[in-house]
Design a protein around this ligand. Structure first.
Ligand code: SF4
Length: 66
């Protein structure tokens, strides 16, 4: 499983700025809990799912199938 960053550097920069602003919590979410700390629970679960292919909610990371 090869997680990679979004190939668009502007997206990566914007999400990283957001993460810096929130102290590491998902900038796309209002809640600040362990579940929304990057890498958030949702994407951890998607990474563990061999059938999932796609971006995390913020589009910082991309996971291929497998
Ligand atoms: S993995 Fe993606 S969606 Fe999850 S917190 Fe990090 S940037 Fe946000």
């Amino acid at each position: 499983m090869a997680i990679r960053l979004n190939s668009d550097p502007e997206v990566v920069a914007a999400v990283r700025e957001g993460l810096a602003r929130t102290g590491g919590y998902c900038p796309c979410r209002v809640d600040r809990t362990e579940d929304t700390k990057c890498i958030c629970r949702e994407f951890r679960e998607q990474m563990a799912d061999p059938d999932f292919e796609g971006y995390c909610h913020c589009m910082l990371y991309f996971k291929p199938k497998g």
